[in-house]
Ligand binder design. Sequence first.
Ligand code: ATP
Ligand code: MG
Length: 592
Amino acid sequence: MAWDLIHKTGRAAVAPNLADYESECRAFSWEAAQRSSIRGLPGGRGLNIAYEAVDRHLDGARRDHVALRCVSKDDQVVELTYRDLHVVTNRFANVLRGLGVGKGERVFTLLGRMPELYVTVLGTLKNLSVLSPLFSAFGPEPIRERLRLGDGRVLVTTPELYQRKIAAIRESLLGLKHVLVTGGGPAPEGTLLLSGLMAGTSEEFEIPPTDPEDMALLHFTSGTTGKPKGAVHVHRAVVAHHLTALYALDLRPSDVFWCTADPGWVTGMSYGVIAPLSLGLTLVVDAGEFDARRWYRMLQNQGVTAWYTAPTALRMLMRSGDELPREYDLSRLRFIASVGEPLNPEVAVWGLHALGLPVHDNWWQTETGAIMISNYASMDIKPGSMGRPLPGIEAALLERGEDGRARVVDGRVHVIEEPDVEGELALRPGWPSMFRGYLGEPERYAKAFAGGWYLSGDIARRDRDGYFWFVARADDVIKSAGHLIGPFEVESVLMEHPAVAEAGVIGRPDPVAGELVKAFVTLNPGYEPAEALRRELIAFGRRRLGAVAPRELAFDQNLPHTRSGKVMRRLLKARELGLPEGDISTLERPAQ
Ligand code: ATP
Ligand code: MG
């Protein structure tokens, strides 16, 4: 099925049409953009993320604007103005200084989405220590592994999480000097009460001179394809966070913005903390879990104007029906964006029918630190496409070799110029939020570059209009009877059948075809697994996809997802083949 263009809906953040956009991109320079958008520390003392997110708003009316509006699981709301945030982050920076925690030392968080998490992040950056966020639902093993890899000096957590997940592994964490816990006390043995330490410190803190290249964040990847990697980011990244939020998410200081990603993942940090605060807007934080009614209620009650979420969440909302959103007043909402996984065209278009707004897909990675390719507000959306590279971003497709990755000959690669040819998606290094290394893995980092390009590991194609289309992760490509098949295309077609809510597609080894395409599908409410339906879905796939259609299909109401919301195809495959499950530290599980 050919999906129609969705004509632009947003305010023109960048140039209003593609021709203007081309020249805008050509004229773009990060240096000039930085000068016009970023303040820098007073007195030319460098560039610090926390200064841009908090302190820059203190002169003038913004200081009394609500920066954070935190909604607890039981709908209690706590608000902090920029001035409040300034004071508490100063106090936290003083706490670290008082404990002797210095520049470059790692501070980990293991916290739900509560105010203390945001205070810790920003206070740590003020002190020039490095922040590494852990997702609070991790079990003890993934926590231990990351604390060890990242050489964690301080951990900020809750007394409950400490007792359940840390107490038993504490002794094995030799480098971990201080554990600070939230709440009013008492603090478990071996921990310090954060509120007590905060109360005893000054409200004043002068951010030390910060080299833009100083390390700021350590982010572990989602672990979709294997063991999570620790990507290192620096303070200069804020330039890209700020500008991409303007271009790709169309954010303005007047917005009420909700990013549903947890700050344990890069999206929840770049766009769930840093970028929105650097713009001086009101950031909504929800401590609750996904629930269709709760989410619509959040959008309505918080008066959300711009919303950044993920395909799995949108697919679940879609599953809950088109009638539900009509029970809520979503009239303030003006912009919806999605990231993390391919956005099936079906879902982009569903937004338009059910919510009155299309969903703007965009593409990036933990390694890129910020949005690189996007269907941004001022351009027509092609449903199913990731969009076009942002100004300042040069993206290309590289010819691939036998192993499915870019072919490198004598250190050189071949850039595909023709449209509609698949290749490995690559980016020209040099944007401010580019990762500066995989912690402790220099060879792996070196291998991510060739011929002057950063190699993303994703396969894509570009059409005649310059829009990029995601095909597959290089490791997920299925080779069947001479065809190269991206699972996403097959999954998207299956999702067009009314019975299918979500699908995961893998290649199963086959002596004749090499690999056979096998689909696992989750059914919508009102449908039951049955042989007749299975056959119908296979026939539906064959009619639409021909040779690349799934030959086998199984029902699965619990497709494995990463905690950042991606279908874990490698796990589906390992289970199918009876192989070891590999690293599943980031597998989403019922609450632990
Ligand atoms: P790991 O690298 O550990 O396997 P991961 O790649 O899933 O995990 P992230 O950095 O969180 O970790 O995710 C980035 C990846 O997510 C991209 O490389 C791409 O495969 C996928 N992705 C992100 N956004 C999109 C999108 N809009 N369309 C398609 N795929 C996307
Ligand atoms: Mg990756």
